[in-house]
Design a protein around this ligand. Structure first.
Ligand code: ADP
Length: 396
């Protein structure tokens, strides 16, 4: 089966053509500068081509993707008919979606109704869906939501302690994000351990970071909230913060709430503390050279992640497996070691030799560690392709 996975942003669109069973990617790429001018970067194996193609809207971007996929030189298919289905990443499914969904008019209407919850991403995701429907009307499309995996959380985890009317009238609650990644890692962990009845904490640590408490494969709690701003500090996001900070800054500096939130989303996190970079490689470099601000930024990040692991161990009343994934989780031995150094009380022991590897799926704890610790590289595209194939096959 060939599944085209689409992740449409406001001015960009990432794609992968993949086999959901093997995970083999036959081609992938990125459309950038949509609405501005348009550039397509297309990769097949190690071969990369970059083309400037006018992309006044997402429709032209999708058309350019389909054209290059069928190109006699750069392409990998002869006709669009070889694409069995399209899987779209959609940011916010609100309370309407607890699973992926075949796209029809009702699904589109529900995604539109979630726009107030995901004002930046859902409109872009919808543009990607509509563009695909226009150029490949007979190909089934599936929406895979970043929030869906978290819909199993109990009310005590997802309700905010604010007046009920905001929940009942406005759907204000914790939703959580990175759900496709947490689901992929949870399934992979179950496959690697050969069982499903265990308690795990998945640490998705990348530019955006979130943790997820998982029991028997189901999400019980997660660190992001109504939006991806909550939880641990991230590349440029502040993470959990007292709401009065917003009031204070807005009042003192005459900022609007939107301006303040932009600062908390884009200029905060480890970027703000280090005054150097949001990229963990730069922070580690600064740390090596004794840069106190980089050291503080890293320490704050490790400390907050370790605190969440402690909180989720309490929430689950124990933990059997801790997993690390995403850019920093997969590639940061120091990150993993320092976080696990906080977890001695749980009997966590890391094998330094195993932990020195980067980007490899493996167990990095010692045989006598009371909690298994794994690195499991995430693959959100594969999860989207698998969900898409499953739904489309079931509907046949
Ligand atoms: P996102 O998908 O949220 O944009 P990623 O999961 O790709 O982010 O993670 C990006 C982060 O991963 C960056 O901060 C980067 O520094 C970090 N990263 C990538 N490779 C390495 C590495 N080899 N060592 C340490 N950090 C790394």
């Amino acid at each position: 089966m060939n599944i085209l996975v689409i992740n449409a942003g406001s001015s960009s669109l990432k794609y992968q053509l993949m086999d959901p069973e093997t995970g083999d990617v036959s081609a992938k790429g990125l459309c950038e500068r949509i609405y501005i001018d348009g550039r397509l970067t297309h990769k097949v194996g190690d071969k990369k081509v970059v083309k400037d193609i006018p992309m006044p809207t997402h429709s032209e971007a999708i058309a350019a993707v389909l054209e290059i996929l069928q190109d006699p030189q750069e392409g990998v298919i002869k006709s669009v008919d070889e694409i069995d289905a399209v899987g779209h990443r959609v940011l916010h499914g609100g309370m309407k979606f607890s699973d992926s969904c075949i796209i029809d008019d009702a699904c589109i209407k529900a995604i539109e109704e979630c726009i107030p919850l995901g004002p930046l991403h859902n409109p872009a995701n919808l543009m990607g869906i509509r563009a695909c429907q226009a150029v490949m009307p007979n190909t089934p499309q599936v929406a895979v939501f970043d929030t869906a995996f978290h819909m199993t959380m109990p009310p005590k985890a997802y309700r905010y302690a604010i007046p009920t009317e905001y929940y009942e009238n406005d759907d204000i609650r914790r939703y959580g994000f990175h759900g496709t990644s947490h689901k992929y890692v949870a399934r992979r962990a179950a496959a690697l351990l050969g069982k499903t009845d265990f308690k795990m904490i998945n640490c998705h640590l990348g530019n955006g970071s979130s943790l997820c408490a998982i029991e028997n494969g189901k999400c019980m709690d997660t660190s992001m909230g109504l939006s991806p701003l909550a939880g641990v500090p991230m590349g440029t996001r502040c993470g959990d913060i007292d709401a009065c900070v917003v009031q204070f800054i807005c009042n003192k500096y005459g900022m609007s709430v939107d301006e303040c939130l932009t600062m908390l989303n884009k200029k905060s996190g480890v970027l703000a503390l280090s005054e150097k970079s949001s990229d963990f490689r730069d922070l580690e470099d600064g740390e090596k050279h004794g840069d106190e601000k980089c050291i503080l930024a890293l320490q704050k990040f490790f400390y907050e992640v370790a605190k969440y692991i402690g909180a989720y161990t309490a929430a689950l009343n124990g933990v059997d497996v801790i997993t690390f994934t995403a850019g920093v989780g997969e590639n940061g031995p120091e990150t993993r070691q320092t976080i696990c150094d906080y977890l001695g009380y749980l009997g966590v022991k890391i094998d330094p030799e195993k932990n020195s590897k980067r980007g490899k799926e493996m167990c990095i704890s010692t045989p006598d560690s009371k909690v298994q610790v794994w690195v499991i590289p995430t693959n959100e595209e594969l999860m989207i392709a698998q969900d898409t194939a499953e739904l489309v096959n079931a509907a046949k």
